[in-house]
Design a protein around this ligand. Structure first.
Ligand code: AMP
Length: 403
């Protein structure tokens, strides 16, 4: 998969619609975390430098979809964006509308170096329904379409699909953020340096099934951790005590293990576990090897598994990771996940491995380990990155121009 990007275009004198992800956490009018705004700046500045007028559009939260609601206005975003861009770039906020006369007037009134910010797309019911009339109205505002919102790229909403489809006669390209996601989650995974390892964790086999199936023939080793591992272990006849098991997925787990064998991919389960009788602070914790006793639950990979998986990660040239390998929210069951985060960081630092982390929980764990800056790529989209690991075509990407 390869799409054209903003790097391939000239912007002088062009009105450029940019789908950004400004869905920031708010407490009243206050933005609690502005990293999504900061992440969009390179694309905005790239367009400004090229002499274009960025017309930014995003959703924010979950308004009802029948008109403007003060609690979901992008006004606080406009204020913060203005502060980030500085006085030389005026932000024109289109209060309460993402199309129509107010948007047209703001665009017509914007001078060189200015930015226009449309209000919450989801004030219209048509956004989530990929409505044609809304798409056409937004599309009429600009000469170029840019998608830089990876977090919503797996949804077929108007701003991601209908608008670019209505602009088939104009350039439709990926922004710098989206281009980076496509680079790591499509190009690198399709043509990886080997050895190539995938680590999959988290609560449920059912959530990761399609990703495992897609990755099995591509990777050399697949490390399965988290609660998911216990369904695989139960399926091959190990005693797993009271660990979380998806009974309905045992046949599927067996099928995946035999698929791995057929593909000559090593599918590895933990060989030891950190176990407790319940999840809580100060509960007694013990390390169990194969055979977790009744009454005990496996809540993290054990030290022997962590050491073995770390060795493998340090030998790898490409590592992709989605899902924590333990109940990382509750120390000491974060040790396996934090340990793997350090292993990925070291592998990148010392051996120039390409390391890719996807999923909100895994990204949070890597951040907690303090090694975010040492990972090659941390995906900004949980759902969308899992869809890419599944090998699915994301609707939004299909609407951009292929190279
Ligand atoms: P997911 O959203 O599927 O990536 O799952 C993440 C959740 O899986 C986290 O909240 C973890 O606490 C949970 N998890 C990971 N390992 C285990 C385990 N061994 N037992 C129970 N829950 C787990």
């Amino acid at each position: 998969m390869a799409t054209r990007s903003v790097k391939d275009l000239k912007f002088r004198g062009k009105r450029v619609l940019v789908r950004v992800d400004f869905n920031v956490p708010l407490a009243g009018n206050e933005i609690m975390d502005d990293r999504r705004l900061a992440a969009a700046l390179p694309t905005i500045q790239h367009i400004l430098k090229g002499g274009g007028l960025p017309v930014l559009m995003s959703h924010l939260g979950r308004p009802a979809g029948n008109g403007p609601e003060a609690a979901f206005s992008l006004q606080p975003v406009a204020v913060r964006l203005q502060a980030m861009l500085g006085e030389q770039h005026k932000v024109h906020f289109v209060d309460g509308a993402c199309e129509g006369a107010a948007a047209e007037a703001a665009i017509a009134g914007a001078g060189a170096g200015d930015v226009v910010l449309l209000d919450n797309l989801r004030f219209h019911a048509g956004e989530k329904k990929n409505d044609q009339a809304l798409s056409a109205a937004i599309a009429s505002l600009a000469d170029v379409y840019v998608d830089d919102a990876f977090g919503t790229a797996h949804r077929d909403h108007a701003s991601m699909v209908g608008v670019p489809d209505a602009m088939r006669d104009r350039p439709r390209v990926a922004g710098l953020l989206l281009d980076r996601e496509i680079h790591f989650l499509a190009r690198v995974l399709d043509d990886p340096q080997r050895p190539f390892i995938a680590i999959l964790g988290g609560a449920k086999v059912s959530d990761k099934l399609a990703a495992i199936r897609n990755l099995l023939p591509k990777v050399d080793v697949i490390l399965v951790g988290g609660a998911m591992a216990y369904t695989f272990m139960a399926a091959r006849g190990d005693s797993v005590g009271d660990s979380l098991v998806e009974e309905g997925m045992m046949d599927m787990a067996r099928e995946l293990m035999s698929l791995a064998e057929g593909a000559s991919t090593e599918l590895l389960l933990p060989t030891d576990h950190r176990c407790a009788e319940s999840i809580g602070v100060d509960v007694p914790v013990r390390t169990c090897e194969i055979g977790i006793p009744t009454g005990w639950m496996g809540l993290d990979i054990g030290p022997e598994t962590l050491a073995d998986w770390t060795r493998r990660i340090l030998d790898a040239k490409t590592v992709v990771w989605n899902g924590p390998v333990g109940v990382f929210e509750q120390p000491p069951f974060d040790e396996g996940t934090v340990g793997l985060a350090h292993a990925l960081a070291k592998s990148t630092r010392k051996h120039r491995a390409v390391t890719i982390v996807g999923g909100g929980e895994t990204a949070a764990a890597v951040e907690r380990a303090g090694v975010s800056s040492e990972i090659s790529h941390i995906s900004t989209g949980g759902g969308a990155s899992l869809r890419m690991l599944e090998g699915a075509e994301l609707p939004a990407l299909g609407s951009l121009e292929a190279v």
